[in-house]
Design a protein around this ligand. Sequence first.
Ligand code: NAP
Ligand code: ZN
Length: 349
Amino acid sequence: MSTTAALAAPSADGRFEVMTIERRELRPDDVAIDIAYAGICHSDIHTVREEWGGASFPLVPGHEIAGVVSAVGPEVTRCAVGDRVGVGCMVGSCGECAQCRDGHENFCERKTVWTYGDEDVDGTMTQGGYAQQVVVGERFVLRVPDSIGLDAAAPLLCAGITVYTPLKRWGARAGAQVAVVGMGGLGHMAVKIAAAMGAEVTVLSQGLSKEVDGRRFGASDYRATSDPATFEDLRGRFDLVLSTVSADLDLAAHLSLVKPFGAFVSVGLPPDPQQLPFFALVDGDKVLAGSNIGGIALTQEMLDFCAEHGIAAEIETISADQVDEAYDRVVKSDVRYRFVIDTATIRTP
Ligand code: NAP
Ligand code: ZN
């Protein structure tokens, strides 16, 4: 057993506190990582604030982890001390079921172990990446390409893969019209990745304040959802509308933007259930789908794709004492475009 300094939420409404947590003894296939940066995902906020249901406190969030390998167990073959690596939303799965064999560890038939706030197979609770060290089985460790800084790479481990998966599956390619709804952490990566895949990208944001950035990330059009004319002008325009919105949205209005046979896919996970507008779905044989992160092999593919296309996250680096304020700013859509914690600033008092 080793210990590490970590930043923990003591309760759903308490301020983050530095505490010492334990990391397990290295198993034969384990990798110990000195974390350099941890991204702040809106899912961390939904979880800590118990918007998705009860959480287990104290809770160390963080599933966008980038760092350097500090030790490996004797059976580790795929990484070595000194390697630049990342860890995303999962740290365990059975590895044997049909889903795991097909590369969908995120849908393991026995149990996907999530990076924080989840009961591991040994009965302990997982604690995430707002910390200085983590120990993870090597199957869940990704290689960070040399051309991407560890700070800008961290958000790719959740935001990057979460949008890469549906963009690839639902046909973001040359000739396709793709709308990205919400330009926050996931949304800005979706714009960059969809544009790199060759699609023509439109951003649908609440307002126009981030238009210059959206166009810089690769969008050819940028519209405000607060303007009713947007929904008139863009009616039936898109092969794919990808929503990254963390709050309720007008599903019927957004479905009206989809072409016949096209898809509306949500990666956003607003806490409240929504009514299904069946007429808007049936008129045009439209697909309504969800998408949950992506498997490990696909995550490596995404990292390599980003390196090849010279893209990574746009970040604001913060220190440990700024995390509470950062959470409030994310909720207000006031982040450009991902907060990343410099974990060297997490020091026990
Ligand atoms: P984020 O940085 O806060 O971005 C969400 C964006 O949604 C905001 O930037 C804003 O974009 C828009 N938005 C926020 N409130 C809105 C409102 N009331 N009405 C309309 N638009 C609003 O969050 P994120 O980290 O990208 O995460 C987005 C969502 O995806 C969260 O629900 C998160 O839990 C979920 N998520 C899902 C997965 C998965 O595997 N499916 C993985 C990670 C995260 P504009 O300012 O441009 O309007
Ligand atoms: Zn996330």
